[in-house]
Design a protein around this ligand. Sequence first.
Ligand code: BES
Ligand code: ZN
Ligand code: ZN
Length: 488
Amino acid sequence: MRITATDSSKALTSTPLLAVLASEDETPALPRGVRIPAAAKKDFTGKARRDRMTDATAGPADRVLLLGLGKEPGAEELRRAAARAVKAARKLGLSSLRIHQGAGSVKARGGAAAIGQALAEGAGMGAYVYTGGKSKPKTSKLSRCVLAGPGAGFRAGVRDGLTLAEANVFSRDLQNQAGNQLTPRALAAAARSLSTRSPRISCRVMNEAAMKKMGMGLLLGVSRGSVEPARLIHLVYRPRKKAKRKVALVGKGLTFDAGGISLKPSAKMDEMRYDMSGSAAVLGVFHALAKMDVPVEVHGVVPSSENLADGMATKPGDIHKAMDGTTVEVLNTDAEGRLILGDALCYVRKRVKPDTAIDLATLTGAVVVGLGHEISGMYATTDDLRDRLVAAGEATGEAVWPLPLLDVHMRNLRGGPADLRNINQPNIGGGSIAGAQFLHHFIGDDIEWSHLDIAGTAWGAEARDYVGGRGGTGVGTRLLMRYLTGLK
Ligand code: BES
Ligand code: ZN
Ligand code: ZN
């Protein structure tokens, strides 16, 4: 489906479906000449997500969909409304639709640019269907969505919204592929293809021999039980103007996590195809950076591996050495994300030397217990980074919640036969914190750092019209883009 922007003051041309936004207690502002039955007007209250479809009685639109936005709607309600309009058009088998935002209530909804962006994000993300597993994917008749709004600001907003929606969809497409489709090598190929989309993006992929040279014993230790070779991906984005800051984004790229010798139960094990969701978010950011300028140098680092069990696999109790020389006793081979990220964070610290590092990982089942599927766990070493990520979460609908880095979890990683263990012993609970503190050791205290535990939010979230329900959510991509665009 192609999404385009037009000025809402222009005369309306014929359309099979006209969708009109209205908040509570506001009469829907229909474009000139469009009439609908009195009953439809009466039924419609503007309450959030109480939409009303009707035939038009006059004017160039065949049907009119009144979209309820509720009281004082923000970007999230607009995203959701646009997605519902697209879904309604598709369900009816229509070839196109038009979503209309008149000149009224622009200020109350955050301005023309913000409205354009939210509508484009919602329409673009809402149109997504994953068909990568089908031999004969059904094609939708819906080929065009016109977003009509006031002025050049609206058009610019639509452009940004489209870039962000496409990046989200790119990241969901990576997530949704089966474990035998998206291997570490396939993920590396996807990263490489991103560097061909912009001269400002470059990509380097390192193989196991290169990892061995750098001393990445943790990443290699996870990959041992697998025939598919591991990869370390390093993407770089250099902005138009000279950058004052350098940010590293690190994503867990476990293309399948069976747990290794500490094998997972078989129920729902297929979901561990999503254990590369952190890397999908990082690659999604670079998809957006190919079209959208941010004022900082951005590095994307993705350690990618499978976690399987064969005769070569790491056994509980085995000791491996990280790139920075730290020895780690692998007490549970299913706590593998922190191992591959440990080496990736050493790499970031030694080779990239950023001002800020943010990692995203489907790291622990514990965070799903603690926070559920609608909000990601967030750890940050500075208040500024914490506040920026919370604000970005609120703006994008990809909420994050601050959790504490407690000393006791760091202490409980020590005391075994190696420098560190990969799980807390004794187990004192707070499993997400323990995972975060393990990572903390490898990034150190000199670099501002945040860890996002996205195990709950990467998939399994409640359906929100444009995202959620079945499949991956692409969480992280829009969040990080929002964070990056806000930097100076
Ligand atoms: N990929 C899992 C975490 C996970 C579990 C994500 C369920 C989403 C849903 C991770 O590698 C893992 O297995 N973590 C273990 C750690 C434990 C052994 C300390 C976990 O959370 O059970
Ligand atoms: Zn695991
Ligand atoms: Zn995992």
